[in-house]
Design a protein around this ligand. Structure first.
Ligand code: SF4
Length: 329
């Protein structure tokens, strides 16, 4: 599929939705609020957002924003990460029921136990974790910089949490270290199997395969390039190739189709994150109207959780140059 958006329609019910959009844009100005949306958010949410990007670029935008109010359209851990980096701002969940299943697959208690049993290991935690878990980590990583972060550490033993697939990818790229990997997974990327990608490759033999590192190792093995979501978007725009099989959440494929009308993209139909799609226009409007639900984290959690994020930023600054995509609405 190359000329149509994949998955849900852009607008379910056009006229009422447009009225909600109008109200959101008006209230956003009145409140002096910034709306941030993750790359996996639906098209209508991306439309009302000031910026669309990955977790880290959005958190940095929240930190550096002039606006005192941030409405974050993404799952729980992303909204918390924005608050950790912007503690003096009002950071609002667009929908606090959007809870990432992978972030819930590890607890602070799990991490404390791992640290006791492996006292010489450094703990590297994916940004897709709760604020309380971040308090137990030595350093955070994102999918764009996980390899560089692990290589940068002076420890030989690494505890990598929570994503087993990103952990496996890092282990293969950094064979000189012993990496203990937690068994969590992203329910969207983990359910993509090798045959799903091979079916597409057989149908589109000239297409370049690009894969997110949260996918299973046997899927990663099929990739011409392994990239974060922002990395994929930039790669598709700048590559001289004309046809791509994009192995990540469908909304990224939709975005590529719209941004690159002269190129062809094929996605995995079932790669749809139900968590991210829980954020609806009505939720964004309600957040702006009520200034709730607001992220509320204890001061000591913010302080402790910020440390591993700041360490990551210090190591991975070069990879984190992307600043989301500005949306003029
Ligand atoms: S795609 Fe959905 S399930 Fe996977 S890590 Fe992101 S929010 Fe969590």
């Amino acid at each position: 599929m190359s000329d149509l958006r994949m998955g849900a329609a852009l607008w379910d019910d056009e006229l009422p939705q447009l009225k909600v959009v109008e109200k959101i844009l008006k209230l956003k100005e009145e409140r002096n609020a910034l709306i941030l949306a993750h790359n996996y958010q639906s098209a209508e949410i991306q439309f009302v957002a000031d910026y669309v990007g990955d977790t880290l670029s959005l958190s940095m935008l929240a930190r550096d924003a002039e606006q005192p109010i941030i409405v974050f359209c993404g799952p729980d851990f992303m909204v918390e990460t924005a608050k950790i980096l912007a503690p003096d701002k009002i950071v609002l969940y667009a929908n606090d029921n959007a809870r990432c299943p992978m972030a819930a697959m590890i607890t602070p208690e799990d991490l404390r136990t791992l640290k006791k049993t492996h006292p010489n290991a450094k703990v590297v935690g994916y940004i897709n974790t709760s604020a309380e878990c971040k308090c137990e980590m030595d350093i955070c990583c994102a999918s764009a910089n996980a390899v560089k972060i692990v290589r940068s550490l002076d420890a030989e033993d690494i505890i990598f949490v929570p994503d087993q697939n990103l952990g496996s990818y890092v282990r293969r790229m950094v064979p000189e270290k012993t990496i203990l990997i937690w068994s969590g997974f992203c329910s969207v990327h983990h359910m993509i199997h090798k045959e799903d990608v091979l079916d597409l490759a057989r149908a589109h033999p000239r297409a370049r395969i690009i894969v997110h590192p949260e996918c299973r190792p046997e899927v990663v093995d099929l990739a011409a390039a392994v990239l974060s979501t922002d990395g994929m978007i930039m790669y598709a725009a700048s590559s001289e190739d004309r046809e791509f099989i994009v192995v990540t959440e469908l909304e990224v494929v939709n975005r590529m189709i719209e941004d690159n009308p002269d190129k062809e993209f094929h996605g995995i139909e079932k790669a749809y994150c139900r968590t991210q799609k829980k954020v609806k226009l009505e939720n964004v409007l309600k957040s702006l109207e009520t200034l709730a639900p607001e992220v509320s984290l204890p001061g000591d959690v913010i302080e402790r959780a910020r440390l591993p994020i700041e360490r990551m930023l210090a190591v991975g600054r070069a990879e984190l140059a992307t600043q989301g995509v500005k949306h003029d609405t």
